[in-house]
Design a protein around this ligand. Structure first.
Ligand SMILES: Nc1ncnc2c1ncn2[C@@H]1O[C@H](COP(=O)(O)OP(=O)(O)OP(=O)(O)O)[C@@H](O)[C@H]1O
Ligand SMILES: [Mg+2]
Length: 255
């Protein structure tokens, strides 16, 4: 059964695969095609950056890949599970258990402590989070001593690290970040990037991150460019200068 074998091989190699994914918003004259037949695969244990001009579809790509939004057409496969056609309930469960997401605005619950925020995904999944597991997750992001602090008592970089610990506590198949360093100063941003890089190198975590910053993108193994909802080339192992040059060229290209 070549199809079945083909698929098994694919999802041992790729944590996630998008095939001909389109996402259109609205209808008639005001319709917008945010993603236009995008096919991309993200190999396990690699760090991919997604770049492109504002409005090119980066956030839409991440939301569709993470099961936070549904494509208008096309297919998204996460670790061998096809998301298309999953019920809302199944999709929510898959998101909780197998996907981590960090945003530019850290999105922590202000009334909960750092430890409670980190434990939240396990609680939502109906599991009782052990103290040691939460402590370990906080230690992984260098915040072992901050578990009792509330978000308002933490710096921006510390809050983003709590958000990272929260996203990673379920040991997700893929960690998505939509401009995770966008609200941080460059030094704090570098610390968060070093953590992401470490998760990939040490734990084999798969990371997909949207960024506007060529220096941040240079920490990734591969940079995927999007223009007008379509892939517009890739760079592997490029430095910040090469990435910035490519971005300038893409932004200057006529629509
Ligand atoms: N809910 C929505 N309704 C209508 N149009 C939308 C919606 N969300 C996004 N769009 C449109 O889809 C396109 C892609 O948006 P998206 O947010 O994915 O871009 P982006 O690359 O993340 O941009 P930025 O760098 O500014 O964050 C844009 O033209 C946007 O206006
Ligand atoms: Mg965006």
């Amino acid at each position: 059964m070549p199809d079945e074998w083909g698929q098994m091989t694919d999802h041992t190699i790729h944590a996630i695969r998008l095939s001909s994914v389109s996402r259109r918003y609205g209808a008639g004259d005001s319709a917008v095609t945010a993603l236009d037949e995008v096919s991309l695969a993200f190999p396990r244990g690699t760090f991919t950056a997604v770049m492109g001009p504002s409005g090119s579809g980066k956030s839409t790509l991440l939301q569709c890949a993470a099961g936070l939004d549904r494509p208008t057409s096309g297919s998204v496969v996460v670790g061998g599970t096809e998301l298309t056609g999953l019920s809302e309930r199944r999709l929510t469960l898959l998101r909780r258990e197998r996907i981590g997401f960090v945003f530019q605005a850290f999105n922590l619950l202000p009334s909960l402590t750092a430890a409670q925020n980190v434990a939240l995904p396990l609680r939502l999944a109906g599991r009782r989070p052990s103290r040691s597991r939460v402590r370990e997750a906080l230690a992984q992001v260098g915040l072992a001593d901050r578990g009792r602090h509330r978000p308002a008592e933490l710096s921006g970089g510390q809050q983003q690290r709590v958000a990272l610990a929260r996203a990673l506590i379920t040991r997700p198949e893929v960690l998505f970040g939509d401009e995770p360093t966008g609200a941080l100063d460059s030094r704090t941003g570098r610390d968060v990037l070093a953590l992401l890089r470490g998760m990939v190198d040490r734990e084999g975590q798969t990371v997909v991150m949207v960024t506007h910053d060529p220096v941040a993108a240079a920490r990734a193994d591969r940079v995927v460019f999007l223009v007008d909802g379509r892939p517009a080339g890739e760079l592997a192992g490029a430095d910040a200068d090469a990435i910035a040059t490519r971005m300038t060229r893409l932004e200057a290209a006529p629509c």
